[in-house]
Design a protein around this ligand. Structure first.
Ligand SMILES: [Ca+2]
Ligand SMILES: [Ca+2]
Ligand SMILES: [Ca+2]
Ligand SMILES: [Ca+2]
Length: 340
């Protein structure tokens, strides 16, 4: 009898132990497959695009210029869905961009309300942007409620004070902001700044290009995100500190620079990095010696000859500002810009 009692206690203890572990927050849950989550996310995003319409404030010079309100199309409503602007020839336009990441091809939809009139950031520059962020959730049906695509605002920044590096924020920002231009601004008598002609849009990001499993703040795991934004100003970066701003180290001039050494994220085509002159794996914006001649780019740009003139090394065969042939398109671009 005592023996039976002992076994019973052990059994109860064991059941309790496993019951506790089920709810233990420290329990490790395997990450979802990026490709599977993407399939779910893109379906949610397309449903949102097809079932909501936008109302855009058009008040140049005022803070609410290009503010966007998203509203669900009521049953029988005849409002134009966001989806109806797909590949439109006038603004707003709903466009998409394919992004190779995590070994899959993501499609990012983005609405262009206005392109902007100034310079574009590259995907490694900084941006000063007003924005509003929403996350999308598919809420399952219950016995009393129907299934619902829920939209929840998690953040709004109307008067940005600091730049975000597109290299360090979520991947989706770095992919979409280079499609827009900054505008112009004036400082008012009271010290406030009025922005005009800036690029404005909305991006629809699968969770794999946002916070994925980790979530962030009030954003749940695996949430597709929607950001409406206004690009007020950009900040050029020089990641390798060679004196050439990174956007001028973008050899193929597409506005994007990647570090393909991380094969987990970029097992992609093209396998040859178009922005890596010497092919050593370090793209030019991260390479202190772009052409691999063992002389740093900074030295090549700052060397002074016997006459004290700021010349490049003659062995590099790079000419002066007259625009002669050079063995480095990148440095030529730099000279072109600085010789105007
Ligand atoms: Ca640089
Ligand atoms: Ca590029
Ligand atoms: Ca290189
Ligand atoms: Ca060099």
């Amino acid at each position: 009898m005592n023996k039976f009692k002992y076994y019973f206690i052990v059994l109860v203890t064991t059941i309790s132990f496993f019951s506790c572990s089920k709810d233990n927050p420290a329990e490790i849950v395997p990450l979802r497959e990026y490709s599977i989550q993407y399939t779910t996310d893109i379906a949610t995003i397309e449903e949102y695009l097809k079932s909501y319409y936008i109302t855009v404030t058009n008040r140049p010079g005022f803070n609410d210029d290009q503010d966007v309100v998203f509203t669900k199309i009521p049953t029988g409503g005849n409002q134009r869905s966001m989806w109806s602007y797909l590949n439109a020839t006038s603004f707003p336009k709903l466009l998409s961009r394919d992004v190779n990441f995590h070994g899959i091809t993501y499609k990012i939809y983005y609405l262009v309300l206005r392109e902007g009139t100034g310079e574009k950031p590259s995907n490694v520059d900084g941006v000063l942007a007003a924005y509003r962020g929403d996350y999308l959730t598919q809420v399952a049906a219950t016995t009393t409620t129907a299934a619902e695509l829920r939209v929840t605002q998690f953040e709004e920044s109307k008067f940005p004070q600091s730049f975000f590096s597109l290299l360090n924020t979520i991947t989706g920002w770095g992919e979409i902001f280079p499609q827009f231009r900054k505008g112009t601004y004036t400082t008012n008598a009271d010290g406030t700044i009025s922005y005009s002609n800036f690029g404005a849009g909305v991006m629809f990001l699968p969770s794999g290009l946002a916070y994925f499993a980790s979530g962030s703040g009030s954003i749940p795991s695996y949430s597709p995100l929607v950001f409406s934004f206004k690009l007020y100003e950009i900040q050029r970066a020089d990641q390798d500190g060679d004196g050439i701003p990174s956007y001028l180290e973008d050899l193929n001039g597409d506005g994007y620079m990647y570090d393909f050494r991380n094969k987990v994220s970029y097992p992609i085509t093209p396998t040859v990095n178009p922005d890596d002159t010497d092919g050593d794996g370090f793209p030019n914006h991260l390479d202190v010696d772009d052409d691999g001649d063992n002389f740093t780019t900074r030295l090549e740009l700052t060397y002074k000859d016997s006459n004290g003139l700021n010349q490049l090394y003659t062995f590099d065969n790079i000419p002066d500002c007259s625009g002669n042939t050079t063995n480095s398109q990148r440095i030529k671009k730099h000279l072109d810009k600085n010789c105007k």
